[in-house]
Design a protein around this ligand. Structure first.
Ligand code: GLU
Length: 422
């Protein structure tokens, strides 16, 4: 029987969690969860400073938010420092490593090749002559990444190492070390890097890169997961929208491509909009309220919920809500150049006469006003929209007026008329 799958997510706790790391962790997680396997969280820390503690906390919070879980408690590389030192000594005793100036170095073979069948890249081989005698333990006793990582893969019985292809050149060294330790070798799968739209490695220059930024902007975890899964993987040439369960069912390493993936922010916005629009209105309202509260926004919940029908079809990120619908919660400061006194005075009078202050009667009253003024709807509606919402872009005008209520709507039209440049 094949050994149960066991993978690891191995972040270096250096500051924020990069969205590219999340993509790589997602591949690990999908692979394990689709095979009844285990997914470990292994922190590759070389010290235990306050910064590390904060970074670890942030990594865990980000993964929890996006819905990538792990088995058991997170482990810390530093906790295995002594074990690494013991194993290094053993390698020295075996003649596989040697001491030099207080450090311990691995003795790489001089001839032959080291190769593996990469689950993504295919066969890869390195001439051993190219592999330097890597330091395993520094003179101050700290193990290096290239030693601690394979030692941990061995101790954790990792079956598949799924990581960024920037680690390809480390792999022959780690294979040699694992072999000398007497460990079985994991399957290696080196997944492609992520570039920005200009073909350069994804960085702050392109836009958001930290997981927190995506959360702050109002992307849904489900949309982000769907999007990230498609960075370098595709189940077929077509399917785009896949929920978590479908991703788990369909993910496989042999459909991961070798070439770099492009992070397309527009596609993410589109996908997020698809997920937002698909939410049942009550769930949308819950999500929106929670999102706003997390950001310290204390607008009345009742009113937020009432605004949902006006915004759900229109905004692609929850973060757009405050600027798109904020006029429902606070006063506006319209640009006087976009206001028209005569139109606004007439509109105020017309709305005062509407019997039932709902979107249907409001629409009828404003259309009648257009006819009476002999003006095109755009000429009438544009200044009304600006006076009432403070912006040229807003949710549906009639619905907005209705939700705002007669008193506030008429007051804004009148003060718009007073402020109008013409
Ligand atoms: N900490 C490494 C990274 O963030 C992980 C290396 C590995 O998976 O072996 O790239």
């Amino acid at each position: 029987m094949a050994a149960p799958v066991r993978v690891r997510m191995a972040p270096s706790p250096t500051g924020f969690l990069h969205i590219g790391s999340v993509r790589t962790f997602l591949f690990n997680w999908l692979f394990a969860r689709g095979r009844g396997g285990e997914c470990l969280l292994r922190i590759e820390n070389t010290d235990v400073s306050r910064e590390v503690a904060a970074a670890v906390e942030q990594i865990q919070r980000s993964l929890e938010w996006i819905g990538i879980d792990w088995d058991g408690a997170a482990t810390f590389q530093l906790d295995r420092i002594e074990r690494c030192q013991e194993e290094a000594k053993r390698l020295v005793e075996d003649g596989a490593a040697y001491e030099e100036e207080g450090a311990i170095r691995f003795r790489m073979p001089e001839d032959g090749i080291t190769g593996w069948d990469d689950a993504v890249l295919g066969r890869i081989e390195f001439p051993n002559a190219e592999l330097e005698d890597v330091v395993l333990v520094r003179s101050d006793g700290r193990p290096t990444y290239n030693f601690a990582s394979p030692v941990e893969d061995w101790l954790d019985e990792i079956t598949h190492v799924i990581r960024g292809n920037d680690h390809v050149s480390n792999t022959p060294k780690q294979i040699q070390i694992l072999t000398a330790l007497g460990s079985a070798l994991p399957v290696y799968a080196h997944v492609p890097m992520i570039n920005g739209p200009d073909g350069k490695p994804l960085s702050k220059r392109h836009g958001a890169v930290s997981t927190d930024e995506f959360r702050d902007s109002g992307y849904l975890p489900e949309a982000l997961i769907n999007f990230l899964a498609l960075l370098g993987w595709a189940p077929d040439g077509e399917t785009t929208i896949m929920d978590r369960g479908e991703l788990v069912d369909r993910f496989s390493l042999d459909r991961v491509g070798a070439s770099s993936a492009t992070f397309d922010y527009d596609k993410l916005d589109w996908l997020n909009g698809v997920y937002l629009r698909a939410l049942p209105p009550a769930a949308y309202a819950d999500t929106l309220v929670a999102y706003l509260r997390e950001r310290g926004n204390d607008w009345p919940e009742e009113r937020i919920r009432e605004a949902v029908p006006l915004v759900q079809e229109k905004i692609g990120r929850l973060g757009e809500f405050p600027s798109f619908a904020g006029f429902l919660f606070h006063d506006v400061e319209p640009d006087p150049a976009l206001l028209e006194r005569a139109v606004l005075e007439e509109a105020a009078a017309a709305l005062e006469r509407v019997d039932l202050f709902e979107s249907g009667p409001i629409e009828a009253a404003l259309k009648e006003l257009c006819e009476r003024l002999g003006a095109k709807p755009r000429q009438v509606f544009a200044p009304i929209r600006v006076a009432v919402t403070g912006s040229k872009i807003s949710p549906g005008l009639y619905e907005s007026l209705a939700l705002l209520g007669r008193e506030a709507a008429v007051a804004r039209l009148r003060s718009g008329a007073a402020a109008a440049a013409a």
